[in-house]
Design a protein around this ligand. Structure first.
Ligand code: SP5
Ligand code: ZN
Length: 351
């Protein structure tokens, strides 16, 4: 089995993020992917493979050209503001909230930073564009691999992608790698593709990208947005619009629900995938449903409390869908456990 690993991922290395009034150490670190790669080698799970460079045109099918141009040039503009910025990370501080205009892209870089972002937890660094763009290559390659007949392929495409929308970054995500994979499957001849997002957080970017489209069914199981990031999307009544009506399905689960409760909802989500006409599947695989995940656990409650045996069971359920599957790595922040948990999912899928 091919595992396309992003060999540029460490170029996105945020040191800090803003959380409740403080700059705290970034949760989303290169160590996350390094841990998974080490475990893959140790357990001989598959071949770590370098992806060919995919066409910009593929990415432009799911992202706005002006956003990609912004992201590509952002670091240089940040340095132009002040050469000393080279030592810092770029955090947005102003956003075009309701009543403000989004049809104008101001010249001011700080204004652009807000225009193209959704939160202050996802700093841009010198290597963010290169890393995220290389992640798209991995996603496209995994999709191509299953389009050519492989039952399973993996994109270790760090940084994650599912919060990134057509024209904004956020939630540690810059390019939506799952969307790129789904689009590549469509381009390769699949008429309908399903995306199943099992990250702890709702995949708002992926949902938004495909919300009005009828060629992708998006199904997400996640922490209830009434209390969990990204808060403003991911409710059960979001069903798609226009041609996309009926192709979007959210399964919000209350924070603190145990894994048995989570699996009940996962079974329902998988049933929706089965009933779609999809001939290929993209899984947004976040591992932040882990019991000891530092982002999804709080105040004595773990996210949904999964551990390696449950991740293996997740893998078994994914395999039972019996669709060619591209696994795209998303969240999961307990670096020491990510290797075991990732390999458990793959073991469940392949055993
Ligand atoms: C891809 C992905 O999983 N993105 C998640 C983004 C979550 N951003 C908000 C994180 C806030 C940090 N929470 C610390 C909780 C301490 N228990
Ligand atoms: Zn997440």
């Amino acid at each position: 089995m091919k595992i396309y690993h992003n060999d540029a991922h460490a170029q996105h290395h945020a040191k800090l993020e803003i959380y409740r009034g403080k700059l705290v150490p970034a949760f989303e670190t290169p160590a996350r992917q390094d841990a998974i790669e080490a475990a893959i080698l140790k357990h001989n799970i598959g071949e770590l493979t370098l992806a060919p460079v995919c066409d910009d045109a593929l990415i432009e099918q799911v992202h706005a050209a002006d956003y990609l141009t912004f992201l590509k040039g952002a670091w240089a503009k940040w340095i132009v503001l002040d050469a000393a910025n080279a030592e810092l990370e770029a955090f947005p501080a102003v956003w075009p909230i309701r009543t403000l205009r989004t049809d104008i892209v101001p010249d001011n870089f700080c204004a652009q930073l807000g225009r193209y972002s959704m939160d202050s937890g996802s700093p841009l660094t010198a290597g963010t564009w290169v890393a995220a763009r290389r992640g798209a290559d991995c996603a496209a390659a995994a999709a191509t691999e299953i389009a050519h007949g492989a039952p399973l392929a993996i994109a270790l495409a760090r940084p994650p992608g599912h919060h990134a929308g057509a024209d904004f970054f956020g939630g540690y995500c810059f390019i939506n790698h799952a969307a790129v994979a789904a689009q590549q499957l469509l381009n390769s001849g699949h008429a309908h593709v399903a995306i199943l997002d099992v990250d702890y957080h709702h995949g708002n970017g992926t949902q938004a990208i495909f919300y009005e489209r009828d060629d992708v069914t998006f199904v997400s199981i996640h922490g209830d947005p009434r209390t969990e990031y990204p808060f403003y999307l991911g409710y059960a009544d979001e069903r798609g619009s226009g041609a996309g009506l009926g192709f979007n399905h959210n399964f919000p689960v209350l924070h603190g629900t145990d894994f048995e409760g989570w699996f009940v909802q996962l079974t329902r989500a998988i049933e929706v995938v089965r009933l779609s006409n999809a001939t290929a599947l993209v899984v947004s695989l976040g591992l932040d449903t882990f019991a000891d995940d530092p982002v999804s656990s709080s105040a004595g409650f773990s996210g949904f409390g999964l551990r390696a045996p449950e991740f293996e069971r997740l893998g078994q359920l994914l395999a039972e869908i019996k669709l060619p599957t591209a696994l795209v790595f998303e969240g999961g922040y307990a670096s020491d456990a990510l290797g075991d948990n990732f390999c458990a999912v793959v073991r469940g899928m392949t055993a």
